[in-house]
Design a protein around this ligand. Structure first.
Ligand SMILES: C[S@@+](CC[C@H](N)C(=O)[O-])C[C@H]1O[C@@H](n2cnc3c(N)ncnc32)[C@H](O)[C@@H]1O
Length: 207
């Protein structure tokens, strides 16, 4: 089982700590279930941010600190768990992509999500992000559960200029992200390694 069905079954786990562990590996060994603050610069003055694949709201406290309004989208069962487990209330929580994708945001924030999305859905979501917001932040494991290089799919889409690209890892002493490498987006989007990367994507102007 992988993809949507796997995440729907994770969301149905009775034990909230099991849900948190599946979202954030290492939680049960003491890794705090707290937001990762990006190491790359995000746009200033954000009115609306969309937490795409918000899980149970681990990143809400950080997003509320950088945006006036926060929306969260995820699969329906995860949205139900989010309503129960999120550390903070936000302005909109929805599993209706048709509706959410018609809205406009200042930033789409996709944390550890695209690595779990199949190629076709990932391509469709990227097209939507390019329409929905002037900037999209992605933190992802490089290789997806479906054998695709996630940043390769971004490159192939031709939709974005990549403003920033950083190789990152979890700093277990400080419990935060730290940058570890300086490989270019071009190199990484063709690489077979499986580290984590942050990118800031700016939609190219449409002709
Ligand atoms: C590893 S968790 C990350 C959750 C949250 N962004 C965080 O950083 O704590 C992956 C999330 O992606 C969501 N997800 C998986 N497949 C998805 C899809 N096709 N569309 C939207 N969300 C999806 C899961 O339900 C889950 O909440």
């Amino acid at each position: 089982m992988s993809g949507r069905e796997e995440w729907q079954s994770i969301a149905a786990e009775a034990d909230p700590d099991e849900v948190r562990e599946r979202i954030f590996t290492g939680y049960k060994q003491g890794k705090p279930f707290t937001p990762y603050v990006p190491t790359i610069a995000l746009p200033p003055a954000i009115e609306w941010v969309l937490d795409f694949g918000c899980g149970v709201g681990r990143n809400f406290p950080y997003l509320k600190s950088i945006a006036r309004q926060v929306a969260g989208f995820d699969l329906e069962p995860m949205i139900q768990r989010c309503r129960e487990l999120a550390p903070e209330q936000i302005d909109l929580l929805s599993s209706d992509w048709e509706e959410v994708s018609r809205r406009r945001f200042d930033l789409v924030f996709a944390s550890l999500v695209l690595q779990h999305v199949d190629r076709d859905d990932c391509r469709r979501y990227l097209e939507d992000f390019a329409r929905m917001a002037p900037a999209t932040y992605v933190i992802t494991r490089l290789q997806s559960d479906f054998g695709a290089n996630v940043l390769g799919l971004v490159a192939e889409s031709g939709l974005f200029e990549v403003r920033e690209c950083a190789e990152v890892e979890h700093d277990s002493e400080k419990n935060e992200l730290r940058q570890v490498g300086g490989r270019s987006f071009d190199e990484v989007s063709r690489a077979t390694g499986n580290l984590h990367y942050e990118v800031l994507l700016i939609p190219k102007p449409r002709i």
